[in-house]
Design a protein around this ligand. Structure first.
Ligand code: GZL
Length: 321
């Protein structure tokens, strides 16, 4: 609890200073999952620029996708007496003990881009995430609309096992295709949100499905796994984007490059700027006592080949993905 910042904040606020000036001296510890995807790299880049904009000191700990490293980082932030903790939880369970320690230390925790199990609801201040069930549903509805009544066998590349977004994107996609028995998931396996694993799993799907001729579409829980899958399909002599439809999530630059080349069809956008709204909420909480809503939802937008993918690629390519 940085009392100095609070006293300074109250005094300055009375004198009509803006919230970002009041943030002077706030230190936030960010337990980041790692850099498994282009989207995650962009989230880290944007977090740094948002911290500068908000005049906040941001300490980022990269967990290399291991929960035990995230727990260690949170304990270190508590020991350092940071003013707030940001956590992108690699999986949804196993956080109770360490988040209780943060609560006892009166350090507010904000979840970024992924959730923890609802039982832990009182262990964090707010969660800045998309609606990942909706993302999956948008992907499923696009596929149903695109194939009509044609039979369509789908292979699914799931995100990290146990991650809230993987569970939700699977659930949402199944809701999106419900009521259309001609569209069915014939194989589903985790590619852990990485290009390499996405490629490897897609190679096994191609082998198992008659060299790929039985596959009508690929649904990947993120674009990075899809970029890997596209490589696997091309190496097998298949035509992703035409013979085999693709739909994934994140809207990273490389999926637009593939769309422009006719090798990918659709993606659901996820903003990498979770830190901006999180910093706004923490500053208001620390300087004015404003309690934010439990969920700060970010938008999801569908992009297809009809949305000028080359121009979208140009607009995104320098944003730190
Ligand atoms: C989703 C985020 C996911 C991205 C992946 O909010 O947690 O993690 O979709 C990343 O690219 O690995």
């Amino acid at each position: 609890m940085n009392f100095k910042a609070l006293m300074l904040g109250t005094a300055l606020f009375g004198a009509g200073f803006s919230a970002s000036a009041l943030a002077a001296d706030l230190t936030v510890g960010f337990s980041q999952i790692g850099s498994e995807s282009g989207w995650r790299a962009a989230e880290t880049t944007v977090s740094k620029s948002e911290a500068k904009k908000h005049n906040v000191t941001l300490k980022i700990a990269d967990a290399q996708q291991k929960q035990e490293n995230q727990i260690k980082a949170i304990r270190s932030f508590i020991a350092q007496g940071v003013d707030a903790i940001f956590l992108a939880p690699v999986v949804a369970t196993g956080w109770d003990a360490v988040l209780k320690e943060a609560k006892e230390a009166q350090i507010p925790v904000v979840l970024l881009d992924r959730d923890i199990d609802p039982a832990g609801k009182d262990l964090y201040l707010t969660a800045v995430t998309s609606d990942s069930v909706h993302e999956g549903a948008v992907a499923g509805q696009w596929l149903v609309k695109t194939v009509g009544t044609k039979p369509c066998n789908v292979v699914e590349l799931q995100g990290t096992v146990g991650a809230s977004v993987a569970t939700n994107r699977k659930k949402g996609f199944e809701e999106g295709i419900a009521g259309h028995p001609n569209v069915k998931i014939v194989r589903s396996q985790t590619g852990d949100f990485t290009r390499a694993k996405g490629k490897e799993v897609m190679e096994s799907f191609i082998k198992a499905e008659g060299g790929g001729k039985n596959i009508c579409a690929v649904y990947a829980h993120n674009d990075d796994m899809m970029v890997g899958a596209i490589q696997a399909m091309k190496e097998a002599g298949l035509k992703p984007g035409t013979e085999i439809l693709t739909v994934s999530i994140d809207a990273v630059p490389d999926i637009f490059k593939a769309m422009a080349a006719g090798e990918a069809n659709a993606t659901v956008e996820l903003t990498p700027n979770m830190a901006g709204p999180a910093l706004d909420a923490v500053i208001a909480y620390k300087t004015k006592g404003t309690v934010p809503p439990k969920w700060i939802q970010t938008e999801s937008k569908l992009y297809t080949q009809a949305d000028n993918p080359k121009a979208v690629y140009e607009s995104k390519k320098d944003l730190g993905y």
